[in-house]
Design a protein around this ligand. Sequence first.
Ligand SMILES: Cc1cc2nc3c(=O)[nH]c(=O)nc-3n(C[C@H](O)[C@H](O)[C@H](O)COP(=O)(O)OP(=O)(O)OC[C@H]3O[C@@H](n4cnc5c(N)ncnc54)[C@H](O)[C@@H]3O)c2cc1C
Length: 390
Amino acid sequence: MEFRFSEEEESFRREVRAFLDAELRPGWNEGFDTESELGADQATEFGRQFNRKLAERRWLALPWPLEYGGAGAGVMQQVIYNEEMAYRGAPTGLNMGVAWVGPALMIYGTDDQKQRFLPPIAGAKEIWCTLYSEPGAGSDLASLQTRAVRDGDDYVINGQKIWTSGAHRSDWGWLAARTDPEAPKHKGISMFLVPMKSPGITIRPLVNMAGQHGFNEVFFQDVRIPATYLVGQENNGWYQLAVSLDFERSSIAGVARAKRWWEDLVAYAGDNGGRVQPAVRNRLGEIGIEIEVGQYLSYRVASMQQSGKIPNYEASIAKLYSSELGQRLARTGMDLLGLYGQLHPRSKHVRLRGRIERYYQVSVAETVGGGTSEVMRNIIAMRGLGLPRG
Ligand SMILES: Cc1cc2nc3c(=O)[nH]c(=O)nc-3n(C[C@H](O)[C@H](O)[C@H](O)COP(=O)(O)OP(=O)(O)OC[C@H]3O[C@@H](n4cnc5c(N)ncnc54)[C@H](O)[C@@H]3O)c2cc1C
């Protein structure tokens, strides 16, 4: 067993670190409330500029082929990139255009769609949101009810989406809609490209419990889009939705973020003149171990992908572990900070820049978005352990 990165990979890591040292000067994120929030990359001018610089280096769409503005990077390079960006809290967010809209277009899109839509995604010029979830369709996404009806050269869309991250900042939406209500539920769904400024679209903010506006409700009332915005075959959308290409699915970003906050907490505990409750001290020690475990679970997924295997329940283990690790760490941080832990980042008495309070609230969503912990456990039980459906 050889358990290390290659020299080429280490050299890429050094390059990423040097870039981050140059771009994220001390104090770059003072006063920001958005670190680690979905859409942090789009919320501030600094974030937008930062992403343009990534695009100039072809790092924004790192795994995409060169012809579409990417760097054709392999899985390990993506892991290193995601690990370093998350560790430094860089405003990269989850770029849905890069992660799944572009890859689906590369496979199912027409030449016109590829030429029109791929370069602005890789170039950080157009922002995309994902219109999947509905009030009655989350974990059971195939139950979605939003309708798209063909009318001459157009489709007319009616319905409602919910939890749409960044809809208020997006140029385009990647929509899953029902095109055949008579067919079995997985077989009547199609994928569409929707201009978010279309007449008939209403976007209403949903503010999370940390007071941040990251996601929204999106209402469609007789929204007309050209039929050329259908992607792939009508009613084949469910199968297109699952496209991931060679994207790393290791959840390394959650572990890397936890590692940085854990280091901050350990340093804070050390500065506190030894006045740390033994229970909290033990928890910090345990979390140090958990971070190592999380890191190796993530590397395992990446190494499977690199050798051409398709991770299945292994990716669910890594996702479950890293998201719950974040919550355990946030709780430990709150215990360590005591009453200071409750202060908003803008309080003058705040400790660790108020990041633990933010983390505590924001990390709750991590075991919901991208598949809930219960759904992950079901996958592990059924596909990993071979247990029957509950
Ligand atoms: C931060 C964040 C960002 C998001 N961004 C987007 C976005 O951009 N676009 C988008 O379309 N959606 C987005 N979502 C929505 C997300 O995909 C859904 O919240 C998620 O799929 C869960 O669906 P739900 O909220 O409808 O909960 P439900 O599916 O209704 O689940 C409710 C509860 O029941 C449990 N449950 C459900 N089914 C089972 C089962 N079979 N067995 C055991 N327990 C079960 C769940 O685990 C959960 O605890 C986002 C969510 C979050 C938190």
